[in-house]
Design a protein around this ligand. Structure first.
Ligand SMILES: [Fe+2]
Length: 294
């Protein structure tokens, strides 16, 4: 069976058929997936019953795996999954949902804000691959917004205003917007803000996109409240329903997205219900902008 990709949203998102992710793909299949990612920015694969090892092996066809360290406040001894896997569940090591007031759980609620994975890293993520192992009976969708379509729909004056701006991103900005303001010295050092361009150009297609994320909390050369109003305005613009795809999870779905071209967010669900989602992250190639000013 050969691989085929059918676009399922007016501006992006493809559903892939004819591929079994548990087996190594051929070079032609990898090329077809990459071309699909360049075009659709989000790909949905149904019925992919895979192990963590198979998920990591599949992800490695598209680049190196990002090190999950520095992306959360979970202590190494509390980790549920192997290095290379990002735990996007609500579970502790005992396999049960975390307590409602657990700091790790509250921190992880930041995933329900619009963001681009690892935009708080100097070299932000290229692709994310999320595998659904246990899904929620109600709620818990993941939404994706096409940042290329958002850029395309901006008026000329706004494009000129934002094109060369540089933002500062930090997990403390996204979590701070939820009222989580207390961090240890080690966490402050780990979450030190990094710089990212506000407008990116895709290396293959040349398409421009807004590089927004709830991790963005400042813009260089702009007073913070002014920057935050601008970022909110742009985010409102970029997440209009016409640019958004809503993914309703089925067990063993795998969804793969290009963080350079889309934002995403989880939606609320009953936190007492177990949810087991596992992510691999393919690292990017380079910073979007220099980190140090002259
Ligand atoms: Fe995410």
């Amino acid at each position: 069976m050969s691989i085929s990709i059918r676009q399922i949203h007016p501006v992006f998102v493809g559903e892939v058929s004819g591929l079994d992710i548990s087996r190594p793909p051929s070079p032609d299949e990898v090329a077809a997936i990459e071309a699909g990612m360049d075009r659709c920015a989000v790909l949905v694969f149904r019925d992919q019953k895979i192990t963590d090892e198979q998920q990591m092996a599949f992800s490695l066809n598209f680049g190196r795996l990002e090190d999950a360290r520095g992306g959360n406040i979970t202590k190494p001894e509390d980790r549920r999954l192997a290095v290379g896997m990002n735990d996007v569940s609500n579970l502790g090591r005992d396999g049960r949902p975390l307590d409602r007031d657990s700091r790790v759980h509250l921190f992880n609620l930041g995933n329900l804000l619009w963001h681009s994975d690892s935009s708080f890293r100097v070299i932000p993520a290229k692709y994310s691959l999320l595998s659904a192992r246990v899904v929620n009976p109600a709620g818990g969708n993941t939404e994706f917004a096409d940042m290329r379509a958002a850029w395309d729909a901006l008026d000329e004056a706004t494009r000129a205003e934002v094109e060369d701006l540089v933002c500062e991103h930090s997990l403390m900005y996204s979590r701070g917007s939820l009222g989580m303001l207390d961090y240890s010295e080690d966490e402050r050092a780990m979450f030190r803000p990094v710089r990212q361009r506000l407008v990116r150009t895709h290396p293959v297609t040349g398409r421009k996109s807004l590089y927004l994320s709830s991790h963005a909390g400042a813009i260089l050369g702009m007073p913070m409240p002014e920057a935050r109003i601008l970022l909110r305005d742009l985010t409102e613009h970029a997440t209009q329903p016409r640019f958004v795809y809503v993914h309703a999870w089925r067990t063993w779905d795998l969804v793969m997205w290009d963080n350079r071209q889309v934002m995403h967010r989880g939606r609320r669900y009953d936190q007492r219900q177990p949810r087991d989602m596992r992510r691999t992250t393919v690292g990017g190639d380079a910073p979007t902008v220099a980190q140090v000013t002259a």
